[in-house]
Every structure is written in C-alpha cells, then in structure tokens.
Design a protein around this ligand. Structure first.
Ligand code: UTP
Length: 301
C-alpha cells in the first residue's frame, strides 16, 4: 500500500458567504489572529507526512502562491533587525523537503471539478488527501494525522465526519453508515449531497478532510454535474463505495466552519482564548464586555 504523500487544497471557490472580504482575495487567506486559514491546513498536512502540497487556485488566488513562496527582501530586512527567529519561521513554512504545485481552475464548476484539476499529478494506485482550508480543525492529534493512521490500518478511503443538527443537514454531504455505533470508524453504505432534513439518511456530515483512492480521478473525469449544477466530489465518492470501499471517521477534535462569518468569529474567539501570549488578556476583555452588556440589559429592564 502506498503512503499518503500528496494533498490537494482546492482554493478556487468564490467565497460568496464572506463578501465583501472575498471580493478581491481568497477566503483561505483570511487570518485567524495572525495566520491565514490556508497555512493552518498546510501545517496539518505537513504533520501528517505530506510532502507534495497541491493548490488548485482561481482568479484571485495569487496571494496564496506568494504566501508559500520565499521573500528574500523581507528575509534580509528581518535579519538586519535581528529578527532571525521570525525569518527562520517564515522560511520553514514549507520545509525544504516539500514542494508546492499549482493548478488553475479557470471556472468555479464545483469541488469535484477543482479536485480533478490536480489529476495529472495523482497516480491511479496512489491515495491522496484533500483539505478544505475553510474548515479549521484542531485536535489533540492533528485531524489529518488521525485519518492517515486509520488509512494505514485499512487501506480504504477515509472521510472526516461529525454529527450536525438535523436542521443543518442540507448544507453538507451526509453519509449512511453500517452501524449506529459510538466507535470512531464505520463503513459508508451511501452518501447524499445536501439532502433535505426528512430525506437525510443520518445526521453524520462529511467535513473538509478526505483521504481518497487515486481511482477517483478517473471517475471525476466522467462525473456529470449534480446538485446546484456543480461537479460534486460527493457524487464521485459514491462511486467508490461499491469498489474499494470507504470509511467514515469521527475525528477527535473541533471543527470551525470558517467559510461562514459566524464560524469564523467562533474560531477567532477560541484561538484568541487559547493563545499563549494574548489568552489571559482576551479572557479579561471578554469578561469586561459581557459584564458591560449584562449591565446595559439590566438598566433597560
Ligand atoms: P464552498 O462551497 O464552501 O466554497 O467550497 P465557496 O463556493 O468558495 O463558498 P461560498 O459558498 O460561495 O461562500 C468548499 C471548498 O471548495 C473550494 C472552495 O475554495 C472551498 O475551499 N472550491 C469550491 C473550489 O476550489 N472550486 C469550486 O468550483 C468550488
């Protein structure tokens, strides 16, 4: 079995839920405190042993390539000011044994189409990861690393899943699995993209981390448009179920939906509170704000 060494980052979506911030910049460059979402995802991939970082970029995505490129002027400036630690940190965002590969998705025709843009560098017998950087994921062990461990045991594709309220199933790909167990891994029997609440087979939603069988690239080539007229990754994944098989994996950790404004606010608050330097000050600020809000409410009563 080949190890998972390549990861695809589809970053060519239009990010309409985050306008106006995403009018001229990709949502994956939005920062939580001081780090762009895409860098969180890249760090997670590197932890999992990924060496080939494959970005599928769109019209406004040059800043992503710039972010992962060297910046000799900035490097020299930082070093001249004695800020060698920051210069070294920036230089190692992409370690020297790793490489970045870029594909362009000319038109946002769907997530499945974006993944298929990277087909020229994925071999048929080669498993690969897909990370959606607008899902910011934290866990005691990075989520993709947890998934790679599962894949090493089974050799099957792995989808990260989490339970969502029934009222939200229509925003996700929803899986039907072979057991209602509390265990973390279960075989996928069926998967539906954005079902209505009453037709959904469960409330187990697929979130933005996948390890996929290389053969899916062949399936994506012939994949017809599905829900919303887009070429859906879900529809091609369904075609793997009866072949090599797929597992749903309930990961150990949290997911923040940073494609939505409220999810991004939650991620920022959680990261600010946990920040080693600013955490205590942020906690004080939040308490003071809450007390002031409660005071205003009492006065209004
Ligand atoms: P989303 O549906 O969340 O992203 O796609 P979007 O379309 O950019 O956002 P909204 O809904 O308009 O706000 C999930 C991921 O797939 C990528 C996006 O960049 C995001 O990482 N994607 C989606 C592509 O790369 N190409 C596409 O054609 C569609």
């Amino acid at each position: 079995m080949r190890p998972v060494r390549k990861a695809i980052f589809p970053v060519a979506g239009l990010g309409t839920r985050f306008l106006p911030a995403t009018k001229a910049q990709p949502k994956e460059m939005l920062t939580v405190i001081d780090k762009p979402l895409i860098q969180f995802a890249v760090e997670e991939a590197l932890d999992a042993g990924i060496t080939h970082l494959i970005f599928v970029i769109g019209r406004t995505k040059r800043s992503i390539a710039d972010h992962f490129d060297g910046n000799p002027e900035l490097d020299a400036l930082l070093r001249s000011k004695g800020k060698d630690d920051m210069a070294d940190y920036l230089r190692n965002i992409v370690p020297s044994h790793c490489c970045c590969i870029y594909f362009r998705q000319a038109e946002a025709l769907g997530l499945g189409h974006a993944v298929a843009c990277a087909a020229p560098v994925i071999e048929e017998d080669e498993p690969f990861a897909v990370l959606l950087a607008d899902d910011l994921m934290n866990g005691p062990v990075p989520i993709l690393t947890q998934m790679v461990r599962q894949h090493e045991n089974t050799g099957r594709s792995v989808l990260a899943v989490q339970e969502v309220p029934r009222s939200e199933v229509s925003s996700y790909g929803i899986v039907d699995t072979d057991m209602a167990s509390e265990g973390s891994l279960s075989r996928v029997r069926a998967m539906v993209e954005k079902p209505s609440a009453d037709s959904a087979p469960s409330n187990l939603a697929v979130v933005g981390r996948y390890i996929l069988d290389g053969r899916i690239m062949q399936m994506l080539k012939t994949q017809a448009p599905g829900k919303g007229g887009e070429i859906q990754l879900t529809d091609a994944i369904v075609r793997l179920i009866d072949g090599p098989g797929i597992d749903a994996y309930r990961f150990d950790g949290q997911r923040y939906d940073c494609g939505s404004k409220i999810g991004f606010i939650e991620a920022t608050m959680a990261h600010a509170l946990a920040h080693p330097e600013f955490g205590p000050e942020v906690r004080r600020m939040m308490k003071a704000m809450m007390a002031s809000e409660e005071g205003k409410a009492e006065l209004a009563d």
